[in-house]
Design a protein around this ligand. Structure first.
Ligand code: HPA
Length: 299
């Protein structure tokens, strides 16, 4: 038996959480949004909100990080029913990786078909500037190489297959939609695309680690998102992810730059409004997929 077998919530646990929420809101979300560090403002844009503190939601972990509010907000965005995580969970908080990603299963059982994830990340690609928005086209799951992977343990086929494909994890159409919407909104020049690499954190990377990640093909580095993406794809959700480049990863021993959380939050604050507009305009334009029969007709 695997030592971590008991670390993931069972299908029944997840169902109980989803049913608890569905009994307390009339919103039937088709879009799930995960807000990264300092990017929780998107939830404020939701109309007719019903919000739950994570601490009140059965089986839900709690957010321990400054910049993450710790609320699950239901509501409508341009006429689409959405659920928004204001604050997410990270490996460095001490949660098992299965718990970090468990909200994706709740999304699925709530009827969500598309997940949008945002994060703050350090830029490894020298063409990226602080404040750029990277459309994630692929990821490198470094903790996964060492077995820290959210699907380790017994597989429940009700969620998905034992060996899910990840070569198509990030939906191409949604990436194109982001480019189109970004251009229309007048900040196409901020949009980049690239590969996101996740590390466990909480320390920022050394110069040697940044150089290694760049050589491995990563354009940005952060401490989140990938575990959620894997679990979302496992249960058939369509995925779109954005990284806000909040700082330049330090690649040079002569550099005076030092990565720090304050800079991350300050950049997030500056760009939050544009990022929010990008996302809610995308949501308004999105075609919906087939998780269930819940299609809100239009804005
Ligand atoms: N490294 C890791 N995670 C991050 C960074 C970084 O430079 N910036 C924001 N999140």
């Amino acid at each position: 038996m695997f030592p971590q077998v008991n670390q993931s919530d069972t299908y029944e646990d997840c169902k109980a959480t989803a049913d608890w929420l569905l009994a307390r809101t009339a919103v039937r979300p088709s879009v799930g949004i995960v807000c990264g560090s300092g990017l929780g403002g998107l939830a404020a844009v939701l109309k007719d909100q019903v919000a739950f503190d994570y601490k009140d939601v059965p089986n839900f972990p709690q957010s321990t990080v400054h910049g993450h509010a710790g609320r699950l907000v239901f509501g409508t965005l341009k006429g689409r029913s959405c659920v928004c995580m204001q604050g997410r969970f990270h490996l460095y908080e001490g949660y098992p990786v299965q718990k970090v990603a468990m909200p994706m299963r709740i999304f699925k059982l709530l009827g969500v078909d598309t997940v949008i994830l945002t994060n703050a990340a350090g830029g490894l690609n020298q063409d990226f500037k602080v404040g750029d928005i990277m459309i994630v086209k692929d990821h490198i799951n470094l903790p996964g190489f060492a077995g820290t992977h959210p699907l380790v343990g017994l597989n429940d086929e009700r969620f998905g297959v034992r060996f899910p494909c990840m070569s198509d994890a990030y939906d191409r159409e949604l990436q194109q939609l982001a480019v189109d919407v970004g251009q229309e909104l007048g900040f196409g020049d901020l949009l980049k695309e690239g590969v996101y690499s996740v590390l466990g954190g909480p320390s920022f990377e050394t110069v040697a680690e940044c150089r290694m990640l760049r050589k491995l093909g990563a354009d940005a580095v952060g401490m989140s998102t990938v575990h959620e993406v894997i679990v979302a794809r496992h249960c058939g959700l369509r995925v779109f992810a954005l990284s806000l480049i909040t700082n330049q990863a330090v690649m040079d021993y002569d550099s005076q730059e030092k990565a720090n959380h304050e800079e991350v939050l300050a950049t997030a604050k500056q760009r939050a409004e544009q990022l929010e507009r990008l996302i809610y305009t995308m949501v308004a334009r999105m075609e919906h997929h087939n998780n269930n029969n819940n299609h809100d007709d239009d804005d």
